[in-house]
Design a protein around this ligand. Structure first.
Ligand SMILES: NC(=O)c1ccc[n+]([C@@H]2O[C@H](COP(=O)([O-])OP(=O)(O)OC[C@H]3O[C@@H](n4cnc5c(N)ncnc54)[C@H](O)[C@@H]3O)[C@@H](O)[C@H]2O)c1
Length: 557
C-alpha cells in the first residue's frame, strides 16, 4: 500500500543530503538534452508489478522524466482507491511492489473517478519516485550510461561555449549536425529468409576536415546517441589537433546472433547505401563496439568497387590492407603519454606512482603493460571476471599471459583476489578506469583515494562525481583528451594510405608522443586562460578550434 506524502517536488540542488530523491543537476530528462530522445522508454515491468498496472504506469508521454542510477521518476495513470474517511489524504494504490525498487514518494492529481467492486477509486495521473537498483530492475542498464553520456556532452559543450563567449547563433550552428543518414539494409540470411536492419551515419561537423568516427553494430544503436557521439568526435579530433571533424554511425543489430557471412553481407549492403556520402576527404569510418578490422576490410573492398582502390576510406584496417603499425596499442600508449605529461606538471613521474586499472581489454592491458615497463607499480587490476591486487606491484606480463589462457584475470596467482566493486576505491596514486562509462558516480566518489584519475574509458565519471572529486582536490584527466591516442594513430594510418608509404612502429609511437604531449600543453593553456579544470580546458580547446574554423570559412552567408 502506498501512502500519499503530499505534492511531489523534485529538488534541483545536488549538494543536498542524499535521500535518493534529489534531482542531480544535469540528469533531468528530457530538458537538458539538445534534442529530446525520439523514442519513449519502454522498460519491462519489475517482478511483482502486475502487467496491466505496469502498462498504465508507463503510458503517458514522456513517461520517464528523470532517471538516475538509484531513482526513477515516472508519470503514471493509475487506479487509486480512496482510503476510508473521505478526502484524498490516504490514497492507496492496489499494487504489489517488490522489495526493490522501493517507493520513496508519490504525489497524485486526480482527474476522474471510478467505481470498482463497489469501492470508490480515483483515476488520475501521479508522479512516482522509486529508489533501488533502478537500471537493473527496469531493464534500463545501459540506458542510464547512455543518458549520462548524452547529457554530459551537451552540458560540457554549453559550459565551454559560455566560457568562450560564443555568439549564440554560432553556438547553435555548431550543435546542429551537418548530415544525418538513415538507411534500410536488407539481406538474405543463411536460412534463406530476409532480414532488415536500420543503419545510421551522423556526420556532425567538417569545418576542420573530413569527418571521423566509428561504426558500431549493437542492438541498442539509436539516432540520438549516435548524434551525441558524433558531436563528441568533433571536439575530440579538435583537441587532438588532427585535421578532422566528427561523425559516428552504426547498424541496429546483434552481431553475436549473425553468422560471419551475414555480417559481411550486411556490411556490404550498408556500404552500398552510404558509399557516395563517405570518402577519403568526406567521412572516414573506423571500428567501434561490435565491429573490428575485418568489418573495415569489407567496407574498404565494397567502397573500392565504386571508387577504385581506396585504403584511406576507413582506418583500423588489418595491417595487410594498409592498417598502421602501432594502432592496436595506440589508445593505451596515448594514456601512458597523457599520464606522463600530467604527472610531470606535478613534479612526479610514472616511476614513483601506484596505479589501479579497471578493465584489462585493449586499452587497459596496453596501458598496464606500458606503465609497468616505464617503472610504474600497477597494484590492482579488474576485468569482467574479477579483481586482483598486489601491493608490491603485479607482474603484468604474467597477468596478461594468464588472462589470455584463462579468458580473464580471475584465478591469477600473483596477487590476492579482491571484491571488484572495491577496486575504484583502493588506496593508490593514479586510478585509470578503462572499461565502462558511469563507473565513478556519487555512490563511490567520496571514497576514491586516488589523487589522479586518467579517463581511458569514455565517460567513466558522472557529472555529479566530477563535482565531488573536484571538491576533494582529485585531478581528472578527461576522456576527450586522455583516450585520443586511438583516433590520433587512425589519422596517421590515413596519412600513410594517402602517401602510399608505411611508417615503422617507432615513427608512429614517436609521432603519437608529440601529439599527446602537445595536446596536454594546449589543454593546460586553456585552463589558465579560462581559469577552469582540465575537462573544461579540453572542451574549450576543442570547441574553440572548431568555432574558429567555422568562422574563417564564413558560416553566415
Ligand atoms: N579501443 C580503443 O581504441 C578506444 C579508444 C577510445 C576509447 N575507448 C574506450 O575505452 C574503454 C575500453 O575499451 P577497450 O577497447 O579496451 O574494450 P575491450 O572490450 O577490449 O575491454 C573492456 C575491458 O573491460 C572489462 N570490463 C567489462 N565490464 C567490467 C566491469 N564491470 N568491471 C571491470 N571490468 C570490466 C572487460 O573484461 C575488458 O577487460 C571503452 O570505454 C571504450 O569506449 C577505447
Amino acid at each position: 500500500m502506498w501512502e500519499e506524502e503530499g505534492p511531489f517536488q523534485p529538488r534541483q540542488d545536488s549538494d543536498s543530503e542524499d535521500d535518493g530523491l534529489a534531482f542531480p543537476r544535469g540528469l533531468l530528462y528530457p530538458r537538458p538534452l539538445a534534442e529530446p530522445l525520439s523514442q519513449p522508454v519502454t522498460p519491462r515491468p519489475p517482478p511483482g508489478i502486475a502487467p496491466r498496472v505496469f502498462l498504465d504506469l508507463f503510458h503517458p508521454s514522456p513517461p520517464v522524466f528523470a532517471l538516475t542510477k538509484s531513482s526513477i521518476f515516472v508519470r503514471i495513470l493509475a487506479s487509486v482507491s480512496r482510503g476510508g474517511g473521505g478526502g484524498n489524504r490516504a490514497l492507496r494504490l492496489p499494487l504489489l511492489l517488490p522489495p526493490e525498487p522501493k517507493l520513496m514518494r508519490l504525489s497524485e492529481r486526480k482527474s476522474g473517478r471510478l467505481q470498482t467492486n463497489g469501492r470508490k477509486s480515483t483515476f488520475g495521473s501521479a508522479k512516482l519516485a522509486l529508489s533501488g537498483d533502478i537500471p537493473s530492475a527496469f531493464g534500463l542498464a545501459g540506458f542510464l550510461g547512455k543518458m549520462n553520456a548524452l547529457v554530459a556532452t551537451s552540458r560540457n559543450f554549453k559550459q565551454a561555449a559560455k566560457l568562450l563567449g560564443l555568439d549564440s547563433k554560432l553556438e547553435k550552428s555548431l550543435l546542429i549536425p551537418f548530415r544525418e543518414i538513415k538507411v534500410e539494409c536488407t539481406i538474405p540470411k543463411d536460412d534463406g529468409t530476409l532480414a532488415s536492419f536500420v543503419g545510421f551515419r551522423v556526420q556532425h561537423d567538417n569545418a576542420r576536415g573530413p569527418m571521423k568516427g566509428g561504426i558500431r553494430y549493437h542492438h541498442e544503436v539509436d539516432p540520438d546517441e549516435v548524434n551525441a557521439l558524433a558531436q563528441l568526435m568533433t571536439w575530440k579530433t579538435a583537441v587532438a589537433n588532427i585535421p578532422y571533424g566528427g561523425a559516428k554511425g552504426g547498424i541496429g543489430c546483434s552481431p553475436g546472433e549473425l553468422s560471419c557471412s551475414e555480417l559481411e553481407r550486411l556490411t556490404r549492403v550498408f556500404t552500398q547505401k552510404i558509399h557516395d556520402l563517405i570518402g577519403i576527404h568526406t567521412d572516414v569510418p573506423a571500428p567501434d563496439m561490435g565491429t573490428n578490422p575485418q568489418t573495415m576490410a569489407w567496407i574498404l573492398d565494397e567502397y573500392s568497387k565504386f571508387h577504385g582502390y581506396s585504403p584511406a576510406v576507413v582506418t583500423g584496417k588489418p595491417v595487410d590492407l594498409g592498417g598502421s603499425l602501432g594502432r592496436e596499442a595506440a589508445t593505451g600508449r596515448g594514456v601512458l603519454f597523457a599520464t606522463e605529461a600530467l604527472l610531470a606538471e606535478y613534479g612526479k613521474s610514472i616511476k614513483d606512482q601506484r596505479f589501479v586499472i579497471q578493465g584489462f581489454g585493449n586499452v587497459g592491458s596496453w596501458a598496464a603493460q606500458l606503465i609497468s615497463a616505464a617503472g610504474g607499480k600497477v597494484i590492482a587490476v579488474s576485468d569482467v571476471t574479477g579483481a586482483i591486487k598486489n601491493n608490491e606491484g603485479l607482474n603484468i606480463e604474467k597477468l596478461l599471459k594468464h588472462s589470455v589462457e584463462c579468458r580473464g584475470i580471475r584465478g591469477f596467482s600473483g596477487g590476492e583476489s579482491i571484491d571488484p566493486s572495491s577496486l575504484l576505491t583502493e588506496d593508490c596514486d593514479v586510478l585509470i578506469p578503462a572499461a565502462l562509462g558511469g563507473v565513478i558516480n556519487r555512490e563511490n566518489a567520496n571514497d576514491i583515494m586516488a589523487k589522479f584519475i586518467i579517463e581511458a574509458a569514455n565517460h567513466p565519471t558522472d557529472p555529479e562525481a566530477d563535482e565531488i572529486l573536484s571538491k576533494k582536490g582529485v585531478v581528472i584527466l578527461p576522456d576527450i583528451y586522455a583516450n585520443s591516442g586511438g583516433v590520433t594513430v587512425s589519422y596517421f594510418e590515413w596519412v600513410q594510405n594517402i602517401q602510399g608509404f608505411m611508417w615503422d612502429e617507432e615513427k608512429v609511437n614517436a609521432e603519437l608522443k608529440t601529439y599527446m604531449t602537445r595536446g596536454f600543453k594546449d589543454v593546460k593553456e586553456m585552463c589558465r586562460a579560462h581559469n577552469c579544470d582540465l575537462r573544461m580546458g579540453a572542451f574549450t580547446l576543442g570547441v574553440n578550434r572548431v568555432a574558429r574554423a567555422t568562422v574563417l570559412r564564413g558560416w553566415e552567408a
